[in-house]
Design a protein around this ligand. Structure first.
Ligand SMILES: Nc1ncnc2c1ncn2[C@@H]1O[C@H](COP(=O)(O)OP(=O)(O)OP(=O)(O)O)[C@@H](O)[C@H]1O
Ligand SMILES: [Mg+2]
Length: 709
């Protein structure tokens, strides 16, 4: 992936993060504002309820006060005895008054001794002492005004439920204590009203309390006498701000946390309270938040999912794109190498024929000259031709048109012997390590090309380590499964690696190192053909070569050679007899190029052969059919006239199986027709020693085959 792709991916990742973080922040913000809002709404409702309670309380106590005043008015000017005398009538009046007001339980007139003179409850009144009741005692010593008593139980034999009382001193002209007018109120009445008001809301609360905190009525109903402690937050705030306010506190009675508001009933010593459980406020908030969560989470998840998919697809697209670019690059590289190969192969082929002529004529001239000066000049021409020969050989190797003579060898075994092969080319400060398996790793390769390839790699490694280092040569069997770097090769291979601890190769250079004539070395130091030979050899052997390198760390070249199923042989060098035989035999030379034919004839003559020349394969066959007898046919491969050297060799194999054939070529295409088995091929340009060796081998082999067959 390149930089822009990386930043695109990073941007997508950031967007994904934002898609996660933003909803969370939004949600938190919503949660806070929603909580505040819920609280605000709850407070408003509590306050509204408190207002209603206040209004209700005032109304109730107004009627209570009026009832007390009316009662006082009824008995004005009557002595206690008068009242007792009219008890029945008065009882009826009081009863009628109570019945008209549902909040009242009973109405009483007490004498100064605390006994009831008359009540709305009973006639005649049982003689019971009430002088110990708070609503009575409050008025004895002073005019207590309108007094609110605690919640009490009715005293025997009076029936009914709990009550609290509102009482007032009976008026007297002289200010003396004449008794009390008292009204019993039913807390139930208030509690029912509170329930109606608050039960619609979860956690609703309403109460009426005395200034000192004594609870007179409450919803939810408590069947016990309770006082709000004066030191509690509520008690403190109520006294500090009688007109109202808010407080949160835990009830000592039921241990429930509530948010409460209070209001004092004008100048009455009574407060009304409204409230809601904080748990209810919280759960209202939570349930409204649940809505957001219910929609928010799936929406966020979908968003994240979509973005994740986009990210994944983009990433895959980029990876795929990268892979395609790499594959296209590899293809372009391969095509370029192929084109260069074609070019160099063609040039080298023509060049070989030219060299053949130069070398042959040098050879002939050498025989005719005895002037030392001229011979030295001849030597220089010879050396130059030799260099040219090496060059064309390397070019042919690269273009994979090398004339290979492959044999099956055990690569591990052969590499073990490389130490002595390489040592002369390396320096003392370079250590060679060889790591090969003990198992047999058979490959079918041209051994001399293999040695040359390893030598080229080792020399490159040496040059990359001017201050010394290590060259490690390893062999290991591998199975390739079409990995891109290995030219999509598949199957069983042997990997031969040459690793150094040298300078490494710069990334911009590495693509070109296998090209012929590519070198980073000074002029005259390197030809740039070393790795071309390695490349050509690997390819022509059916394998490939890869390179790994890191600047300052080192470089590893790995040759992949197809594993062979054949049993490797230790090929003994063919020992040729050096002595030229007087009458070596007759040779039919088949060659279309006259100059090359001249040289071949000259060399063959020098070796003692009689030579007959023809210009084409068909002409050669004609001669043979005419009954001419030769000891050997020496033919060029590439010839005009419809039949090439290989076809000629096949034809001769068929019709004249005892007649040995040697082919010669400067150009060999492995894809051409397969060669008849054991057919020797002499590379152009060749010298007289090579010619002699090849011809002798060919003749002796056919001879022995004939002898056994
Ligand atoms: N082991 C290595 N370490 C560093 N660079 C290398 C190594 N092998 C090859 N190279 C680089 O690859 C280039 C081409 O190598 P190649 O063997 O084809 O040519 P050369 O060594 O320059 O010349 P020649 O081998 O023909 O004398 C070298 O010039 C060098 O820059
Ligand atoms: Mg080299």
């Amino acid at each position: 992936m390149d930089n822009s792709q990386f930043s695109a991916i990073r941007l997508l990742r950031l967007a994904m993060l934002a898609a996660l973080v933003l909803p969370v922040i939004l949600f938190l913000f919503l949660a806070v504002t929603n909580y505040r809002h819920t609280q605000y709404v709850a407070d408003q409702r509590i306050e509204r309820t408190a207002n209603v309670l206040h209004e209700h309380g005032l109304k109730v106590f107004e009627t209570v006060e009026r009832a007390i005043a009316e009662t006082n008015e009824i008995v004005r000017g009557m002595s206690d005895d008068d009242i007792r005398a009219n008890e029945k009538q008065l009882h009826e009046r009081l009863r009628a008054m109570v019945e008209s007001l549902p909040q009242l339980k009973s109405l009483w007139i007490f004498g100064s001794d605390g006994r009831a003179l008359v009540s709305s409850l009973a006639y005649p009144n049982p003689n019971v002492d009430f002088s110990d009741r708070d609503y009575f005692r409050a008025h004895i010593d002073k005019d207590a005004g309108l007094f609110f008593g605690r919640v009490l139980r009715p005293r025997e034999p009076y029936p009914g439920g709990d009550f609290f009382s509102v009482s007032r001193r009976r008026p007297s002209d002289d200010g003396s204590f004449r008794g009390v007018v008292q009204i019993s109120l039913r807390p139930e009445y208030f509690e029912q009203f509170y329930a109606k008001l608050q039960s619609a809301y979860p956690g609703g609360y309403a109460a009426m309390v005395r200034e000192d905190g004594a609870v007179l009525a409450r919803f939810p109903v408590l069947n016990q006498d309770v006082t709000i402690r004066s030191a509690s937050p509520l008690g403190d705030s109520m006294r500090a701000h009688p007109s109202g306010g808010f407080v949160e506190q835990q009830s000592v009675v039921d241990q429930i946390d509530r948010r409460l508001s209070w209001q004092k009933l004008s100048d009455l010593p009574v407060f009304v309270l409204a409230g809601t459980e904080t748990k209810a406020i919280r759960s209202e908030w939570l349930s409204s938040m649940a809505g957001y969560v219910l929609f928010g989470i799936p929406a966020t998840a979908v968003l994240l999912g979509v973005m994740g998919m986009a990210l994944e697809r983009t990433r895959r697209l980029y990876v795929e794109q990268g892979r395609r670019v790499a594959a296209e690059g590899a293809l372009r590289q391969a095509q370029r190498m192929e084109a260069i190969g074609q070019l160099t192969g063609g040039v080298a082929h023509d060049f070989n024929n030219i060299l053949m002529i130069v070398k042959g004529n040098v050879h002939r001239l050498r025989r005719d000259l005895d002037d030392a000066k001229l011979i030295r000049k001849l030597d220089m021409i010879d050396t130059a031709a030799q260099r040219g020969e090496t060059l064309t050989r390397q070019l042919l190797a690269f273009s994979r048109r090398q004339n290979l003579t492959p044999s099956v060898i055990d690569l591990a075994q052969r590499v073990r012997e490389f130490r002595s092969l390489l040592a002369p080319s390396l320096r003392g400060d370079i250590e060679i390590r060889i790591d090969v398996p003990s198992t047999i790793t058979a490959v079918r390769v041209d051994v001399s090309e293999l040695e040359l390839a390893v030598l080229n790699l080792a020399v490159n490694a040496r040059d990359a380590m001017p201050n010394g280092g290590t060259i490690e040569i390893g062999v290991r069997p591998v199975t390739l499964r079409g990995e891109v770097a290995y030219d999509k090769l598949q199957g069983e291979f042997v990997a031969l690696s040459v690793a150094d601890t040298g300078s490494g190769i710069a990334p911009d250079v590495i693509a070109r190192i296998f090209e012929p004539f590519f070198t980073t070395k000074e002029v005259g130091k390197g030809t740039g053909l070393g790795l071309s030979q390695v490349y050509g050899f690997a390819k022509q052997s059916g394998g490939t070569v890869t390179v790994w390198s890191r600047i300052g760390v080192g470089t590893t070249f790995t040759l992949y050679l197809p594993r062979s199923r054949e049993v490797p042989q230790r090929s003994a060098p063919v020992r040729a007899d050096d002595a030229a035989t007087e009458e070596a035999g007759s040779v039919l030379v088949v060659e279309d190029n006259t100059e090359v034919a001249d040289i071949a004839t000259a060399l063959l003559n020098e070796l003692g052969y009689r030579v007959t020349r023809v210009g084409s394969a068909l002409a050669a066959l004609d001669l043979l059919r005419d009954g001419e007898r030769f000891d050997l046919v020496f033919s060029d491969v590439v010839m005009p006239g419809g039949m090439n050297g290989v076809e000629l060799a096949h034809a001769i194999r068929k019709d004249y199986p005892d007649l040995p054939v040697v082919l010669t070529t400067g150009y060999f295409n492995a894809l051409d027709k397969p060669l008849p088995r054991g057919l020797p091929v002499l590379r152009k340009p060749y010298d007289i020693a090579e010619l002699k060796k090849t011809l002798q081998t060919a003749m002796s082999r056919t001879g022995s085959a004939a002898a056994t067959g």
